[in-house]
Design a binder for this molecule. Structure first.
Ligand code: MN
Length: 415
């Protein structure tokens, strides 16, 4: 696509600054961080369905969940681990013995052991000193390695932690033979340039062989920061289908994969033509609708309405499409509305083997414009009202909360 001689390609000018790992290993977090999207819950059957599709797509690692969370979660992890999938199945644990043992019992081969690293997390959340965090991390990694697991060591909020502590902590788990080191931008505060500096400094100090990044999208930079990390040479990006995850979510699988393939010409090994179907499945099972303007998989990402655009697309798709919809398993759509031009109308009629005089085409165009302008917005407003109500209070509704609280023995609140 980018190599077409019809368009200038300036990517080549930055080629010397790129150090992509080969291969790049996709680590999918849809079933763990993605399930932590407010209001989202996947049953064990649903987790298995998504895991099968992710494995078919070609991701290397699937985080199936945190077994210690609940009985159902432990069962889901066991089922995904036992399904004989090509992808490596991972489960996550805090640096707490009970968590690690639950992962060992679940039958996975990969574990992610996570602990917070920043001062604000240590002081206010964990109430632990740096030395306590370090000791718990070393003991946890040692136990998981003894059990024969491939160990990824993750710190939360890595990029807001003192670098000297980060260096000390990662070197300590490296000495315990942790296999993969994960750096997290837990609250999404990196920018591409800052992150490049951070990762180069991390590499200089810690010299990781296999390293990952986990980027959040609070400021809309998760994909940009993840791509930066890959340019630096990070081996294993964390991604979520549809960019699901806590708050504004994580780096989106489809955006990172397609950017690598189409902008940089990097072979991801992923069957990108399956991306859209996977995206729709996750939309359905998570109940989180895709934004119309979401890149790659949004309803409108391959739709054209304006006359100038449809005219261009009909002449050559490169005019207004950076990649062909088929690449990600989609179809192009021409939308009729206020901005429709005559070329689109002529094309639509031609599909039905109809050719009409220009005057008829102009008349039809005018009728379509007037038709759009006369459309009532009532139905759309009704739909949006319901939609908003659902997302303004996701999860367990308030009445249900008080019903459950009563059952649990919580006394009535004083009036
Ligand atoms: Mn996260």
């Amino acid at each position: 696509m980018a190599a077409s001689s019809l368009v200038e390609d300036y990517h080549g000018r930055t080629r010397t600054d790129r150090h992509f790992a080969d291969p790049i290993l996709f680590w999918d977090e849809t079933l763990r961080d993605g399930e932590q999207t407010p209001g989202v819950h996947f049953s064990p059957e649903e987790k298995l369905r998504v895991a099968e599709r992710l494995s078919d797509l070609g991701v290397s690692i699937i985080n199936a969940g945190i077994p210690v969370v609940s009985e159902e979660e432990a069962e889901a992890v066991r089922r995904v681990a036992g399904a004989g999938l090509k992808a490596g199945i991972l489960a996550a644990a805090r640096t707490v013995p009970g968590d690690i043992e639950a992962v060992i019992r679940s039958g996975v081969r990969y574990i992610a052991i996570f602990v917070a690293a920043s001062q604000v997390h240590l002081r206010y959340k964990l109430k632990m000193t740096e030395d306590q965090v370090l000791d718990a991390s070393v003991a946890s990694v040692r136990r998981a390695k003894e059990a024969g697991l491939h160990v990824a060591f993750v710190t939360e909020d890595t990029v807001r932690a003192p670098f000297d502590f980060v260096e000390r902590l990662y070197k300590a788990v490296q000495a315990e033979k942790a296999d993969r080191l994960v750096i997290s931008d837990t609250v999404g505060i990196m920018t591409p340039l800052t992150f490049r500096w951070y990762l180069e400094e991390f590499r200089r100090r810690v010299q990781p062989l296999d390293w990952s990044v986990h980027c959040h999208n609070d400021l809309g930079l998760a994909v940009a920061n993840t791509l930066t990390a890959l340019e630096v040479g990070v081996t294993c990006p964390h991604v979520c289908v549809n960019g699901l995850g806590e708050r504004a979510g994580n780096a989106s699988l489809e955006e990172v994969a397609v950017a690598l393939e189409s902008l940089y010409g990097v072979k991801t090994g992923l069957k990108t033509s399956q991306l859209y179907e996977l995206s729709r499945l996750v939309e359905e099972l998570s109940g989180i609708p895709l934004a119309a303007n979401k890149a790659i998989v949004g309803y409108n990402s391959f739709s054209h309405e304006a006359g100038i655009h449809t005219h261009g697309i009909l002449a050559h798709t490169l005019t207004y499409e950076p990649l062909q919809p088929e690449v990600v398993g989609r179809k192009r759509r021409m939308i009729l509305g206020k901005h429709t031009g005559r070329a689109a109308l002529a094309e639509k009629l031609k599909e039905h083997r109809l050719v009409v005089p220009d005057a008829v085409l102009s008349d039809l165009q005018l009728r379509i414009k007037l038709g759009t302008e006369a459309q009532s917005k009532e139905e759309m407003v009704r739909f949006l009202t319901e939609y908003r109500a659902r997302f303004e209070q996701p999860g367990i509704p308030d009445e249900e909360f008080w019903r459950l609280a009563k059952r649990a023995g919580v006394p009535e609140a004083p009036a």
